[in-house]
Design a protein. Structure first.
Length: 279
């Protein structure tokens, strides 16, 4: 068997594996969206890959339970957008300072960031809640936005990315021309770092959008509930569980994430690839 034949066979099995993985990933999402358009009786009859006509009925069931989905959607969108902007800007600013200023303690700082990445939020939430309570910031959106200012995982990603794209000659040229460090960061480095910034922004947006644990601890007023918090209220009644309404509520939380990914997927690929390469 020649080299060309072996290559074609290998490529064939790779394509088969990719198709199988694609189906395994897409099938549950598609089934979730389809079931959001079906009634409870239709769902109980079995699996269907074709949408039905009961989406409006399911939505009416959700609103009849007192779930203000538009408000929950708006709350989640506001928190996700603000948190994403703060996370990206602060993380890349910290990464630029780390890479551009070759001072002592750089590796110590990197190690400190890695340690923070390894600490789960569940261990820090009690202290964070007490800290916010002391300043009267519980049950406010501020308590959900502040963690974005010091997102250790985002800072670590930004450092790795800046080390790959940092061009010392451009920075030195900016300094010679009299530009400030902030000016160099905004006008020189950030235009180069757009793919990485978009990648980090997408991951930050998704993390904030899907965040349930922190709002569950910090927020008590139902008018400030995010969409994931409203979804967890979709408990079944004692005598009947409205599966169609539950699937529709879950689908509403998934659709924005899918749209964001489809729009910016090319930035994710280039951003991760650039961040994994060092000269």
């Amino acid at each position: 068997m020649g080299y060309s034949a072996r290559t074609n066979i290998t490529r064939f099995f790779v394509y088969i594996a990719l198709i199988i993985l694609f189906i395994l990933v897409i099938f549950p999402i598609w089934l979730l969206l389809v079931n959001g358009t079906r009634s409870t009786s239709e769902i109980q009859q079995g699996i269907s890959l074709l949408p039905s006509t009961h989406m409006i009925d399911n939505y009416n069931i959700l609103t009849a339970r007192g779930l203000d989905l538009p408000r929950g959607f708006a709350n989640s969108l506001f928190l996700a957008v603000v948190s994403t902007f703060i996370t990206v800007y602060v993380s890349f600013l910290a990464a630029y300072g780390f890479v551009a200023d070759n001072c002592r303690g750089r590796q110590l700082f990197r190690g400190f960031v890695v340690v923070l990445v390894l600490i789960p939020m569940q261990l820090a939430i009690i202290g964070y809640f007490q800290y916010m309570s002391r300043f009267g910031l519980t049950d406010t959106f501020a308590s959900l936005i502040f963690p974005a200012v010091a997102a250790a995982g985002a800072v670590f990603f930004a450092i790795q990315y800046f080390e790959a794209i940092y061009i010392k000659d451009l920075v030195e040229a900016g300094r010679i021309d009299g530009a400030s460090e902030l000016g160099i960061f905004h006008r020189v480095m950030m235009p180069i770092a757009v793919p990485g910034a978009v990648t980090l922004g997408i991951f930050s947006f998704i993390a904030s959008w899907n965040n349930f644990f922190t709002p569950f601890i910090m927020i008590s007023s139902i008018e400030k509930y995010t969409l994931p918090m409203l979804v967890q209220l979709l408990r079944g009644d004692v005598y009947r569980t409205e599966y169609g309404a539950i699937y529709l509520g879950l689908g509403i939380t998934v659709i924005p994430v899918i749209i964001i990914y489809l729009i910016f997927s090319r930035y994710i690929i280039s951003g991760i690839a650039m961040g994994s390469v060092k000269e």
